[in-house]
Design a protein around this ligand. Structure first.
Ligand code: PLP
Length: 456
């Protein structure tokens, strides 16, 4: 049995490691949790405490931690091929990923470009859309449209099409300018349309008007629109109707601009279908995948596009239409092996059907638990994702004062209780893996309420 020196780990961490999306001073007088192992839905700390991984390790884990089939795939791969550059070579492991993934995609999405993570998948999509028009001689089509509250990653291209001011405002001088259309933030809809999840009230999508006006006026200089389909994740788990995407597809076709769906967070079953866009019955021109692609094990991403886009780059070398983009670990065989095993599990075990009841129970329990709570302004859910928006005043929707740091305190308390309520602003959310059971749903929500109510 492996043992660790907790004191030494914390000392080296404190003195040398800079953690992502973390104000390090918050840990001046507290230690970060040291996780040493995991299985299924549970993480285990160095002190032996078990914690529900209720945000699927930053939205990646799909079938639970240390799934035997995924472990085995990596072990077998280690006896074959560790890494090879993917320029001018191919290997059966990447081919198997594509072959398996094709079964879950519409035939129009037929060209696959590998990279490393969600941000790179988005960078590739942006550059592809941009270069398509350059290669076609329409040099003036250089701009993108994105949404307020959008999150597409932290590299500068992805930040340029991002809309979460808290994260991105500072970097503005480094970014290219994109058009920002209104966010489909239904709870705070300025038109007070009140879209409801059970579809008992369908809105007339007035929030799309801003998008339509931008496209009408500027389509000559726009190469693509990028959105997170059905749910703006890091912007606050803002869930919006499929009808929005249907209409968006129609408008983008009308104005001849590409439509990019960033399925980095929504892909691989998280919204209750393999991909969120299936629920809108539309096909985008490009999709970006990462996170759940390897079942949450290893970093790998795909940007998948159409024959039309691919063919605009396919030319004699001297025509200068080559796509000059690539990353050292493109299509790493070990990542491919676990991605193929992940897709095999989807094909053979159909987790979306297996845990449908748990998923529905999760929705019911969210409503039952939080509907009458005075501190909950909105309850949102879709598939395995659920969220509550905390408010000081339910009637006026006034948030808690920022200086109270209510959601951060809830996060700290939740870790003590054995669940991870890492907030997004005033939003507390659950991003469950597809293997969750009804029992686990119940435990997770009970621990969550305890944590929240000890703070509020
Ligand atoms: N796109 C979306 C919708 C995301 O939610 C994220 C990450 O949360 C990204 C892109 C960036 O992915 P990564 O963190 O792997 O770069």
């Amino acid at each position: 049995m492996k043992t660790w020196d907790k004191k030494k780990i914390l000392e080296i961490d404190r003195n040398h490691i800079w953690h992502p999306y973390t104000q390090m001073k918050d840990y001046e007088n507290r230690d970060p949790m040291v996780i040493v192992s995991a299985r299924g839905l549970k993480l285990k700390t160095i002190d032996g405490q078990e914690i529900y991984d209720s945000i699927s390790s930053w939205w990646t884990n799909v079938h639970g931690h240390l799934h035997p089939a995924l472990n085995q795939a990596i072990i077998e791969q280690l006896n074959l091929l560790d890494h090879i550059n993917f320029s001018g070579y191919t290997h059966p492991y990447a081919v198997e990923v594509v072959e398996r993934l094709k079964d879950f995609l519409p035939p129009e999405l037929s060209r696959f470009f590998f990279s490393d993570n969600g941000s790179t998948a988005v960078e590739v999509a942006l550059k592809m859309a941009f270069q398509f028009w350059q290669n076609k001689g329409q040099k003036e089509k250089t701009r993108f449209v994105c949404l307020e509250n959008a999150y597409h990653g932290d590299t500068l291209g992805a930040v340029s099409v991002g809309g979460v001011d808290l994260f991105f405002e500072l970097y503005k001088p480094l970014l290219f300018k994109s058009f920002k259309a209104p966010s489909p933030y239904c709870y705070r809809c300025p038109e007070k349309e009140g879209f409801t999840l059970d579809a008992s009230h369908q809105c007339s999508l007035k929030c799309l008007k801003g998008m339509e006006e931008i496209l009408k006026e500027h389509h000559g200089e726009i190469c693509a629109v990028i959105v997170e389909p059905l749910m703006q994740g890091a912007g606050g788990i803002l869930i919006y109707p499929a009808a929005y995407l249907k209409k968006l597809r129609e408008i983008t076709r009308r104005y001849k601009v590409f439509l990019i769906f960033d399925e980095v967070a929504t892909g691989f079953g998280r919204t209750g279908t393999m991909f969120a866009f299936e629920q809108a019955e539309v096909v985008p021109d490009i999709i970006c995948l990462a996170k759940g692609l390897t079942g949450g094990y290893l970093p790998m991403a795909l940007t998948i596009t159409t024959e039309e886009i691919y063919q605009a780059f396919y030319a004699d070398y001297l025509e200068g239409k080559t796509f000059y983009h690539g990353h050292t670990y493109t299509a790493n065989p070990i990542c491919c092996a676990v991605a193929a095993a992940n897709l095999k599990l989807f094909a053979e075990e159909n987790p979306l059907v297996k845990t449908r009841e748990a998923r529905e129970y999760f929705h019911q329990l969210l409503l039952k638990t939080f509907a009458d709570k005075p501190y909950v302004g909105d309850i949102r859910y879709l598939g395995y994702v659920g969220a509550i928006e905390l408010v000081k005043d339910k009637q006026t929707k006034e948030p808690f004062p920022e200086e109270l740091r209510v959601s951060f305190q809830i996060y700290m308390k939740s870790l003590e209780k054995g669940v991870v309520l890492r907030p997004l602003g005033d939003v507390i959310y659950w991003f469950l893996p597809l293997c969750v059971t009804k029992y686990e749903v119940e435990e997770i929500l009970n621990l969550s309420v305890e944590a929240i109510e000890e703070v509020l």
